[in-house]
Design a protein around this ligand. Structure first.
Ligand code: PGA
Length: 252
């Protein structure tokens, strides 16, 4: 049985005070959610305080990105995975489409970040997904397979336990246009097949694949009813404690 992961990506939103307020409001609302792992990813400057205030709760904290570098050094503006761990993060999102598109991240840099995060013992949520143009040209599977092969390059069997994938079609992010459960399921099943071919069927069976892109309280149950959807990476609807809690508690 794969334990679902419901992760909230707060992107570049919320002051420290707002982040703490939302986290504390969320805490009692998801306290009984034993069916899944609950994760929130605040901006870097809020991670430490949010993680401290959530200590002992079932909500874990993630970074939204980390450096390709493992060691500290002269890299202005960068934060290593071990620095994230040091302030209480247990997960890190890597290769989000906004980083790929706006900050020119490549599969090569994503792969380095994945390795850096794994070497510091973090769980990695690696994002993949095609653009609308790529989908319309019938290239969605090729694009996603390329991102998987590039990002997961060089990993060994023990690394795989800490890899979580998120399929986020770019055309569904922040647009209100979700992939249908069937469209998402089709790609998730494809991702699991690619992973099985790359690694092993055992590792593919254990792999959590999250869906992301306009996940809301009213579409989460349909998505989660699909056999290869093991959770969600939620942007906009994770910013408010009550809507994120409704997504986490999709079963009740
Ligand atoms: P969205 O964002 O839920 O606002 O579409 C998802 C994401 O970017 O992870």
């Amino acid at each position: 049985m794969r334990k679902p992961v419901i992760a909230g990506n707060w992107k570049m939103y919320k002051s420290l005070g707002e982040a703490v307020e939302t986290a504390l409001a969320l805490k009692p609302l998801v306290a009984n959610a034993n069916h899944c792992e609950v994760v929130i990813a605040p901006v870097f400057t809020a991670i430490k305080t949010v993680a401290d205030r959530l200590e002992g709760s079932n909500i874990k904290v993630a970074g939204q990105d980390c450096s390709t570098e493992v060691e500290e050094g002269a890299h202005t503006g960068e934060v290593t995975a071990s620095m994230l761990k040091d302030v209480g993060a247990r997960y890190v999102i890597v290769g989000h489409s906004e980083r790929r598109q706006i900050y020119c991240e490549t599969d090569m840099s994503v792969s380095k970040k994945v390795k850096a995060a794994l070497s510091d013992g973090l769980f990695v949520i690696m994002c993949v997904g095609e653009s609308l143009e790529q989908r319309e040209q019938g290239k969605a599977e090729n694009v996603v397979a390329g991102q998987l092969n590039g990002g997961l390059n060089g990993l060994t069997a023990p690394d795989l336990d800490r890899i979580i994938l998120a399929y986020e079609p770019v055309w569904a992010i922040g647009t209100g246009r979700t992939a249908t459960p069937e469209q998402a399921q089709e790609m998730h099943a494809f991702i699991r097949r690619v992973f099985a071919e790359r690694h092993s069927s055992g590792a593919a069976d254990a792999l959590r694949i999250l869906y992301g892109g306009s996940v809301k309280p009213d579409n989460i149950a349909g998505l989660m009813s699909q056999p290869d959807i093991d959770g969600a990476l939620v942007g906009g609807a994770s910013l408010k404690a009550d809507s994120f809690a409704q997504i986490v508690n999709y079963r009740s």
